[in-house]
Design a protein around this ligand. Sequence first.
Ligand code: GTP
Length: 694
Amino acid sequence: MSSNQIDKIRNIGIMAHIDAGKTTTTERILYYTGKSHKIGEVHNGTATMDWMIQEQERGITITSAATTCRWNNQVINIIDTPGHVDFTIEVERSLRVLDGAVGVFDAVSGVEPQSETVWAQADKYKVPRLAFVNKMDRMGADFDNCVNEIREKLDKKAAAIQRPIGSEESFNGIVDLIEMKAIYFPAESLGSKIDIKDIPEDLVDECQMYRDELLDNLSEYDETLTDLILNDEKPTVANIKAALRKAVIKDNFIAVLCGSAFKNKGIQPLLDAVVDYLPSPTDRGELHGHSIKNPENTEVRRPEVDEMFSGIAFKIATDPFVGSVTFVRIYSGKLESGQTVYNPIKKKRERINKIFQMHADKRTELQEAFAGDIVAVAGFKDTTTGETLCTENKPIIYDLMEFPETVISVAIEAKTAADEKKLLTSLEQLKNEDPSFTFKNNQETGQLLILGMGELHLEIIADRLQREFNVGIRVGKPQVSYRESISGSATENNIFHKELAGKVQFGDVTIKVEPADYQAGVQFESSVPTKQLPQNFIDAIKKSVMDTAPGGAMAGYPFLNIKATLVGATFNENESSEVAYAIAASSAFRDACKKAGVRLLEPVMELEVVTPQDYTGDVISDINAKRGKILTMGIKQNKDLISAEVPLAELFGYSTDLRSKSQGRASFTMKFKSYVEMPTELAKSTLEKKGIYI
Ligand SMILES: Nc1nc2c(ncn2[C@@H]2O[C@H](COP(=O)(O)OP(=O)(O)OP(=O)(O)O)[C@@H](O)[C@H]2O)c(=O)[nH]1
């Protein structure tokens, strides 16, 4: 169903907090668009989009699944993303390549913490959105509260374009505020047939009021609409739709819809809204990237089929039938099976052996694919997540995506020698698929550590190793993944001048290190001019510093928040060698860090607890005992809402803790906030428990 009519494509993501109903909504979309003939349900493990065994067993989405369907003559490519914070990389990489998104909210819970995170991710990539307030059938559903929370918590201009008819058990339809019609979804037809009627009399005034509010909001974005309103003329449905489309696409205005995916209500109007208001790839405009020769120069591509090919590889997965496949969003030009494309970051050619359109874990082979399409490609060897693919004669590099820092580790060991053999290649494959996962050898203990975003993330990795890759492993307890940083500035020189491989080699490097205020590894700069030291030696120094950084200088944890500057170097015409500069750079960098004072950093989480008031006191004193800091207190659904920052080290097993403290009535969510310096004595005793003495 690939389309070379690019303005008829919508590439959308479905995103939200865990359990808001993303997968259920997507399953209904597949059913009503005729893509599937039976409705799949999350709770009985039959959802098409949750195809992994771990997803079906747990009723959660772990990996983002892609599919394609048609609605009103348009092609909609959909990516259903996970809601759990441990799988945030899936949301990040999907949003990087999507043109629009539907944020799903639970009508009872409103805007939850993970919704705030995914909305911030969508803001970063400027992805226009619609909001779907789901679960209107649940007790306590409150549509207006949800609209207000979108405005307040997500800081968005938003207005309802629908009103619910009835609520909770009696929720049975919606009013379309643009057409001013009531829409019902009779249960007998599983919602396939819809009845359009006049608005119930008791709702007419209320709906008129909300329609006026909508028009008021929209007049800011569209002069035609403003003129009509000022002249007391009635805008047509077409006028309003045009203004809304403009507002959503250009200014990130949020149109809010409602329904109940589980009860089959509200899905067809949501699909109409996707087509009417979310952008096609053309609406997103020209694409800007960097030139390969001079990264300061901009390269531009039009989102058109007759333009040079360009795309982004945003996901690598293992397909049981095809092997490794790379998901590619095509931004310009077209791809043909058998063709070769260029990866300008790896400086490698990649062959397109096969092109597939994916439907969760099923696939249809295509001979060609066009600008705007999202496809999976078999045959790539070197390309990893986030890299650009383009034509070799005029390369372009699109901005890379950001990958989150790992915060937790678990030691694993192979059960048998045969398992040992398979373990490293399996871990390599998992790492290739998932940039938020990594593994390494713990230098002190010799143990193999797997590192990731949270307990659930690593639990799923361990489970996949055993079941999918058939590797027998023993798994240790989760441990905090610490970082090292420096508390001041220092400069160190190192000279390497020795015989190596039968030849005297020379390298002289002076490096300055200073703390940097950003949550990323090490940043390298050179203030040495290339007439003093040729560029290839500066490159070797940079690579050596970057390779040294993950090993730290105190307890073997990766360095974070450090700026390293090459401030001095001498050159020896006959003896200078890249290896010698690399060796000198590694020592100079580590020594400078030690001189500057190495500190241990620990991950701190943002914790939100919702608890009945009876337990608030206990919950707060427990947070204080865990070295936590209470940030704010509020009310949510008649319960106390406590926001705090707590070190991850104190939060292992918190769900059991909180359950017993509140007799199972309090709930919590947490997400990574930042790495923070540990008090010296605590850092010392933490490391001593690991057998490291500083
Ligand atoms: N009452 C009610 N329940 C719903 C509705 N939509 C979904 N659910 C239920 O809510 C639970 C979570 O739904 P999912 O569709 O898995 O939610 P999700 O957002 O995809 O969850 P994750 O992908 O794991 O984050 C399931 O048990 C659904 O059956 C709804 O409209 N009303």
